[in-house]
Design a protein around this ligand. Structure first.
Ligand SMILES: N[C@@H](CCC[C@H](N)C(=O)O)C(=O)O
Length: 278
């Protein structure tokens, strides 16, 4: 089935975006893996699918597939690109868009200065809901890993699971070595995205993220939110944090109350459009 798609990115975290509201098609994990290949396919970190919603009070269903073909609950940079896509493709005339995800509802707002503000919801901190294996909730957890030794990290879900480690310098952090080991550590039964955070000052961090199912990316929106939440809970950060990622900067605002929603602000860019056999 031939379909039109857009290639987009949010700070270099790149996406193939397909409208399955006005086009027909079916997503198969094997085909996602083929299309994500940077040599033999289109190349992307995640595939984003726009579908009709299942309820009348939202505008679209937002589905996300990692490069390895796994379907996941949330993608922050993708949410900004999703908003720009449905608006630019005239699937909606609204600049404030409500979507349903596997994780619940999200509200996406296109601003006049070309940024997108996403209400990312409240962080999930209870270990069994993240999911993370621990006997009780804590701001950080220390445990032994056979391959790494003693590890200390914050565990946060933004709908999808994250582990956040503090490092002195992100440039020399062992992202490629520890990332895959912690992504699949038995403490994270659904695997996890692993962030390496350097605190610059209470309102600025540097961050690299090894993403579950995609490897290290140039930016991770949910990872930025998880790092800011973890940094505030551990007393290192204050509300209103600029997150500097290899692909650029995001602004994350959270008041520190566990029930409060996190606001993420950043860009969304269309690179090209094409047609492909899905
Ligand atoms: N790039 C994303 C996160 C995509 C999903 C993630 N790899 C997972 O498996 O949970 C973002 O910007 O949040």
């Amino acid at each position: 089935m031939w379909v039109k798609f857009s290639k987009m990115h949010g700070l270099g975290n790149d996406f193939m975006v397909i409208d399955l509201v006005t086009q027909n098609g079916h997503v198969r994990p094997q085909r996602v893996r083929e299309l994500s290949d940077r040599n033999f396919g289109v190349g992307f970190d995640q595939l984003l699918i726009v579908e009709k919603p299942s309820r009348p009070d939202v505008d679209f269903k937002y589905r996300i597939f990692n490069a390895d073909g796994s379907e996941v609950e949330n993608c922050g940079n993708g949410a900004r690109c999703f908003a720009r896509f449905v608006y630019d493709q005239r699937l909606t005339g609204k600049r404030c868009i409500k979507v349903e995800t596997a994780n619940g509802l999200m509200s996406l707002n296109l601003t006049d200065d070309d940024q997108v503000v996403v209400d990312m919801g409240a962080p999930i901190l209870e270990p069994q809901l993240i999911p993370f294996k621990a006997s009780q909730q804590a701001a950080e957890y220390s445990f032994a890993s056979d391959t790494i030794g003693e590890v200390t990290l914050g565990a946060v879900s933004m709908g999808n699971p994250h582990g956040v480690l503090r490092v002195d310098d992100v440039d020399t952090a062992p992202v490629e070595q520890w990332g895959p080991l912690l992504e699949s550590h038995s403490r994270f039964p659904a695997k996890a995205n692993i962030g390496f955070m350097q605190i610059v000052d209470p309102h600025r961090i540097r961050l690299r993220v090894f993403e579950r199912g995609s490897g290290e990316t140039l930016a991770c929106g949910t990872g930025a939110c998880a790092a800011v939440v973890s940094g505030q809970l551990r007393g290192w950060l204050q509300p209103g944090v600029t997150v500097s990622l290899p692909g650029g900067e995001l602004f994350i605002d959270w008041d520190g109350n566990p029930d409060s929603h996190i606001q993420m602000t950043g860009p969304a860019v269309t690179v090209f459009e094409g047609r492909i056999n899905l």
